[in-house]
Design a protein around this ligand. Structure first.
Ligand code: ZN
Length: 209
């Protein structure tokens, strides 16, 4: 594991997982090296856990390049005992906004996919727009309006399709009763597995960006 230490004018220690083989430490100018090493050692378990999760997701997504997306979700600011907390929340929220903007710019990709699936399977959809939510991946109402969470863009393709088909099937059944799932199964025979796999990505849904 490569450790890059950046000294700067700050009051907290920050540990960021840059990739599977690299972590970045941002440390106050005058904090001793031994304190920094102590901090890294104390977070070793946490880092290992996150990297395992990254690897699992990567494998699951069939080589999809998650690293550049995932490091963002694993960033954490740690507080040392002898210095006070000074979390630069403003820059964090600004960064989140930039990422959100970028994903929304890519929304057309999701929209096009939804239109093409609707045409292919003969579903009615009047309007497709993006959804900004930490609770739902998508929605469909009785006016034929479908919403898709813009965060879907970083999910594996088969899961994006599952969510779109799920919402399209609500045009026939506005509930989650057995008939609804029968309809989903027509277009997604492995929907049960896909539904389970969606849970691996709930941390993306819950991340506010
Ligand atoms: Zn549903």
């Amino acid at each position: 594991m490569k450790v890059i230490t950046q000294r700067e004018k700050r009051k907290t220690l920050l540990l960021k997982i840059v990739s599977k083989n690299e972590i970045l430490i941002k440390a106050p100018l005058r904090l001793s090296d031994s304190k920094i090493n102590e901090f890294i050692l104390s977070k070793q378990k946490w880092v290992d856990g996150k990297i395992k999760k990254m690897e699992a997701l990567e494998e699951f997504a069939g080589g999809f390049n998650f690293e550049k997306y995932i490091y963002k979700f694993t960033e954490i600011v740690m507080e040392t005992k002898n210095i006070s907390l000074d979390y630069d929340s403003l820059s964090a929220s600004k960064k989140n906004l930039a990422i959100k903007k970028q994903y929304i710019e890519m929304f057309d990709i999701l929209k096009e996919r939804a239109i093409s699936l609707a045409e292919q399977f003969n579903f009615k959809v009047n309007q497709i727009s993006y959804l900004s939510s930490i609770y739902k991946w998508g929605s469909y109402n009785d006016k034929g309006e479908m919403k898709l969470n813009y965060k879907l863009i970083i999910l594996p393709k088969e899961l994006i399709d599952y969510v779109i088909i799920h919402e399209l099937c609500h045009s026939k059944h506005m509930n989650h009763k057995p008939q609804f799932w029968k309809e989903v199964e027509k277009y997604c025979p492995n929907y049960k597995t896909l539904r389970k796999n969606m849970k691996n990505f709930s941390f993306i849904l819950k991340t506010d960006f």
